[in-house]
Write a protein that binds this ligand. Structure first.
Ligand SMILES: [Zn+2]
Length: 262
């Protein structure tokens, strides 16, 4: 009776898979939801505990129209920081949901190094709020790319996960492969601003078959953290030389040493 026993096995297999899935679902119901940043028990899944919420260094207007760095008091909607006047950036606007500190820093590190990719959704939600002045259904949403070797090492690009979440929530078009890194660059950590610029010069390129696609489009360039802006500036130059109508930069956190309260 080989046929029957095979059929029996199949049924056991399906039943086994079903009961494992059901057990997994039951487990989710039994385990209390945890804070995204510190794992304290909370009421609703996908949020922060009261302490992390209080400590989350959200950035809010009034802020510099170009750099998105907060002002201590409101000096008008299109006000520019002294820095934006002295060194206007190549991108149009930069916006970040938070400063790079406290629970915001914990979330960035957990996504990138602990591979907690489920964090990209909630982080993306805060980013959409920060980028509301320029995000829309006509936006082309592009992550800062990793070199293929680093992508192979890390197995995912955290900027791409965030860009996908931002596109899903804002209705823009997600184009993950628009930019690529032509060469491997040193980690920017520990380099000063001039060295960072030199490190990324000529590192990026646009995918040839998508060059025409960028023409006349408003691009939102997405990364997890903005530091000196050297990387996003190098990407912006490539996008603008391909005819992008504008390039805005959207990050989860701002770690720019010059980006403190204006
Ligand atoms: Zn917490």
């Amino acid at each position: 009776m080989p046929q029957l026993s095979l059929a029996g096995k199949g049924l056991v297999g399906i039943a086994g898979r079903w009961s494992r899935r059901a057990a997994g679902g039951m487990l989710d119901l039994l385990l209390p939801p945890r804070c995204l940043a510190c794992t304290a028990v909370i009421d609703q899944p996908g949020g922060l505990c009261a302490d992390c919420w209080r400590d989350m260094p959200f950035l809010e207007p009034p802020w510099c129209a170009r750099y998105g760095t907060p002002f201590s008091h409101d000096i008008g909607k299109d006000a520019l920081s002294p820095r934006a006047i002295a060194e206007p950036p190549v991108f149009d606007r930069a916006r970040a949901a938070t400063h790079y500190s406290g629970p915001a820093r914990d979330l960035v590190l957990a996504l990138k190094f602990s591979r907690r990719r489920e964090l990209a959704g909630p982080m993306g939600r805060w980013m959409v709020r920060a980028g509301r002045e320029f995000l829309g259904e006509n936006s082309v949403i592009v992550p800062v790319p990793l070199h293929r070797f680093r992508l192979w090492q890390r197995r995912f690009n955290q900027a791409a996960d965030l860009a996908r979440a931002v596109a899903e929530l804002s209705g823009g078009t997600y184009v993950p492969t628009l930019l690529h890194r032509k060469r491997r660059t040193r980690q920017q950590v520990g380099l000063d601003a001039a060295a960072r610029q030199k490190n990324v010069r000529g590192a990026f390129a646009i995918r040839e078959d998508l060059e025409g696609f960028v023409y006349g489009k408003q691009v939102a360039l997405v990364d997890d953290v903005l530091t000196t802006g050297a990387t996003v500036s190098a990407c912006t130059k490539i996008l603008k030389s391909a005819g992008a109508a504008g390039v805005d930069v959207l990050t989860f956190a701002n770690a720019d040493p010059a980006g403190v309260l204006e």
